[in-house]
Ligand binder design. Structure first.
Ligand code: BGC
Length: 349
């Protein structure tokens, strides 16, 4: 195992670095100081051919363009949507930026697009750290977040998030990597097989804001209880999907009490690559890049970061759980470490 520090680019006059963790079989993960983000995951296919299975860019500026979809970034302080950009927490109202429509998306932007410090590296891990002052993007508490990425010899990328705050507060960190297990970022993900261990999803209105209702997946295009192709029903008209965006929905995982468990399985059968997602969080956003531009946005190498070329499986608390009391939520207690872990486990079939 080894970790190398590589210069990537500059952003606003500051240097951005990539930390590349390589394991004993030659698989590697490239993690950026920009957004504590995933730049690349280089993983073998069924014949041992190592290819990059995530979308991304060759320059820093594209990563912080909100229209390009938060590629690979650690999203915070609160992932997904907050209705009207406000919420009440412990009797006080907080206002967050309406950076999309009338709501907050992905914490309002500042936190997700920041540069992180590197606190520690080891043979198989790197820990990024970022301080967010009390009131940044409207959220309470002087807030320090750490994101530790570990790559194991059996090709698991483990993400440990930890938050410390001097006040009670909230946190909903996620990782916004878009996977394309074919290793060919020019292909859509419609042929990937997907399973999500969820019987319900959170219903949404025409602005994709959570209504507080749960919908049953059974008998609808939302049903991924059994492994099947993402493209099978993606274009079916459905009340919780918008036009031809396809899936951009939160699933309510069966495991919702904080235990660490399997949440989803993704397979691309030509390359034979398989990925399992494990988390201790109660929700997962299935997003297939349906809001990305349809014309060609140049990604890493000459890849395409465009419509449906990657699938994001964002582990999270349910969207707008800050405003909807019936949604599960555990909060950050002052001076107590809040922790959550997600793993992406890669194998072949
Ligand atoms: C959201 C999408 C959004 C994407 C990129 C996803 O988590 O649900 O609506 O377009 O992130 O910002």
């Amino acid at each position: 195992m080894s970790v190398e520090k590589l210069y990537f680019d500059e952003l606003n006059g500051k240097k951005v670095y990539i930390y590349k963790i390589t394991n004993s079989s030659g698989a590697s993960a490239e993690l950026m100081t920009l957004g504590a983000g995933v730049h690349a995951i280089n993983i073998p296919d069924k014949n041992g051919k190592i290819e990059d299975v995530v979308l991304g860019f060759d320059n820093a500026a594209d990563y912080v363009n909100p229209d390009y979809g938060y590629q690979g970034l650690t999203v915070g302080r609160w992932a997904n949507r907050i209705r009207d950009g406000k919420f009440t927490f412990e009797g006080r109202e907080y206002t967050t930026p309406q950076n999309q429509g009338t709501w907050t998306l992905h914490g309002g932007g500042t936190f997700s697009f920041g540069l992180w410090d590197v606190e520690e590296t080891g043979d198989d891990f790197v820990t990024f750290k970022r301080f967010s002052p009390d009131g940044e993007d409207g959220f309470p508490g002087n807030f320090t977040m750490r994101v530790k990425y570990t790559l194991t010899n059996d090709n698991t990328l483990k993400i440990d998030y930890s938050v410390l705050s001097d006040k009670n507060t909230v946190a909903n960190p996620t990782n916004h990597t878009y996977f394309n297990l074919s290793g060919k970022a020019g292909e859509t993900v419609e042929n990937h097989y997907l399973q999500i261990l969820a019987d319900y999803f959170t219903e949404t209105d025409t602005s994709q804001l959570a209504t507080g209702e749960l919908g049953e997946v059974k008998g609808t295009m939302m049903d991924f209880t059994a492994l099947h192709k993402i493209g099978d029903n993606i274009d079916e008209p459905f009340r919780a999907c918008i036009g031809d965006v396809g899936y951009d929905n939160n699933y309510c995982l069966r495991n919702k009490d904080g235990a660490f468990a399997l949440a989803a399985v993704l397979e691309e059968r030509e390359s034979g690559r398989k990925m399992e997602v494990y988390t201790d969080l109660p929700g997962i956003q299935l997003y297939c890049g349906g809001w990305l531009k349809r014309d060609y946005t140049v990604g890493k190498g000459d890849s395409k970061v465009t419509y449906r070329r990657g699938v994001a499986l964002e582990t999270q608390f349910y969207p707008d759980a800050l405003n909807i009391d019936s949604f599960p939520l555990w909060t950050v207690k002052a001076d107590e470490e809040f922790k959550t872990t997600t793993e992406f486990r890669f194998t072949t079939i």
